[in-house]
Design a protein around this ligand. Structure first.
Ligand code: ASP
Length: 437
């Protein structure tokens, strides 16, 4: 954890202060001024720009960071056999932890039946209020899900894929690039390794700059969410929100903690404590991608994961491993089925489970990234896709929570792979220095 030179207060402490102060200020404004025009003005002209500057500083590092860390990770792992083994292990872990998480959500939503309590009038009112936003999502996310999703992972043009922020394609290119690099003779490979290594260092430095803005950025982002949040929706959608949040907590407290203990060989309490900077950043940015730099630093310096493993597992995880998102998708699809009185058979629920896990892989690690794909799942099992309007009002808050779990899942994966592939470096030292946050 880096100290902030000026005040001497640790950066993560300042981020937490930003988070809490933003939430308090936003809630106070929401309660007292509610719909006032000045609140909208402050949000549009102050809070949103400040939050966006912080987020964009992080986003602009994501493509070079993923490329550099994956290339170095693959090259560092060295031979293709070992790479294959680590790759399979990583993907298997992603699938198992995501499926576990989704099952928790599906069981919970079936037992609690939060959609059963939503009356016709509330449903119509919510649909009417958020219909515009839902239509925008459909337009913006004209994505399908099928065989083509996998074919499209191979970019025709890596520069174009990078420009479009198509992370699966960037990942594919970086993996192949790194693998090819390992086949070169040492004297041919060294110059490129030097360049990519320097690129990774430069990106980390930019992220260090960006994180100096974090306390203000986080304040602005949280203020924006809480000052505009329709708290009254919590009355109507309360049980749905409770199911999502309790499901996430169960997955974190039971499943992930057990995986950390059994497969990662670490005390779960220690794990959660040491991961806190990543968790706070994920919660406040709602973006796995924006959190990736922090996550890499935390894995290396707090959890003792070797850089090659962190550089390989975490960029993959930020894009492909979304425990929280899959749980959220499963719960939301079943919830909306309950609201619309669509009876899903067990086989259809199994389809929801499988699609939730698969679409979570294809979800972009950005705020609201899962919404377009969730509409595909809804349509597949015969629930009206525009029904997503019903939950849009509480989505951002739930996005903060599910992204936190997405990132936690990535860290557990890195710990597991590191434990089985190498000796985890000393994690007992108190507060190893972290370059970022
Ligand atoms: N915001 C999530 C993430 O970045 C994706 C989502 O569920 O919308 O991990």
């Amino acid at each position: 954890m880096a100290n902030d030179g000026a005040s001497g207060v640790k950066l993560h402490t300042r981020i937490v202060v930003g988070l809490v102060a933003g939430a308090l200020a936003g809630s106070a404004v929401n309660a007292t001024a509610g719909e006032a025009t000045w609140v909208a003005w402050v949000n549009t002209n102050v809070a949103s720009p400040v939050g966006q500057v912080f987020l964009r500083m992080l986003f602009m590092t994501v493509v070079p960071l993923v490329f550099a860390s994956l290339t170095l990770g693959v090259a560092g792992i060295g031979n293709v056999g070992r790479l294959g083994r680590i790759g399979v292990k990583t993907l298997a872990y992603f699938l198992v932890s995501t499926a576990l998480s989704t099952v928790v959500g599906l069981v919970l939503v079936s037992v609690v039946d939060p959609g059963g309590g939503i009356d016709q009038a509330t449903r119509q009112e919510l649909l009417a209020t958020y219909r515009g936003q839902a239509e925008g999502l459909q337009l913006g996310g004209g994505v399908g899900f099928g065989v083509s999703t996998f074919v499209n992972m191979i970019p025709r043009n890596p520069v174009q894929a990078a420009a479009a922020g198509d992370m699966l394609a960037v990942i594919f290119f970086a993996l192949v690039f790194g693998a090819a690099l390992t086949r070169l003779s040492n004297d041919r490979a060294q110059p490129m390794l030097g360049v990519v290594g320097a690129l990774a260092d430069i990106v980390m430095m930019i992220i260090d700059f960006a994180m100096k803005l974090a306390p203000y950025g986080v304040f602005a982002l949280i203020f924006g969410v809480t000052s505009r949040f329709g708290w009254h929706l919590l009355g109507e959608l309360g049980w749905y929100v409770v199911v999502v949040v309790v499901g996430l907590l169960i997955h974190a407290g039971v499943n992930l903690s057990l995986l950390v203990r059994v497969l990662g060989g670490m005390n779960p309490i220690e794990f959660w404590y040491r991961s806190r900077t990543s968790l706070i950043t994920a919660f406040s940015t709602s973006s796995s991608n924006a959190t990736l730099p922090t996550t890499i630093a935390v894995a290396e310096h707090q959890l003792g994961v070797p850089p090659t493993i962190a550089g390989f597992v975490l960029p993959l995880g930020a894009t492909m491993n979304m425990n929280g998102t899959a749980l959220y998708e499963g719960v939301t699809v079943l919830f909306l089925a309950q609201v619309f009185g669509v009876d899903l058979t067990l086989a259809q629920q199994l389809v929801v489970l499988i699609l939730s896990v698969l679409t979570a892989v294809g979800t972009a690690g950005v705020p609201g990234g899962s919404l377009p794909l969730m509409m595909v799942v809804l349509a597949t099992v015969g629930v009206p896709a525009e029904g997503i309007a019903i939950i849009l009002g509480v989505d951002r808050i739930l996005d903060m929570c599910r992204t936190t779990l997405n990132v936690a899942g990535d860290l557990t994966a890195a710990l597991f792979v590191a434990r089985t592939e190498t000796v985890v470096t000393d994690v007992t030292m108190p507060e190893a220095p972290v370059a970022v946050a």
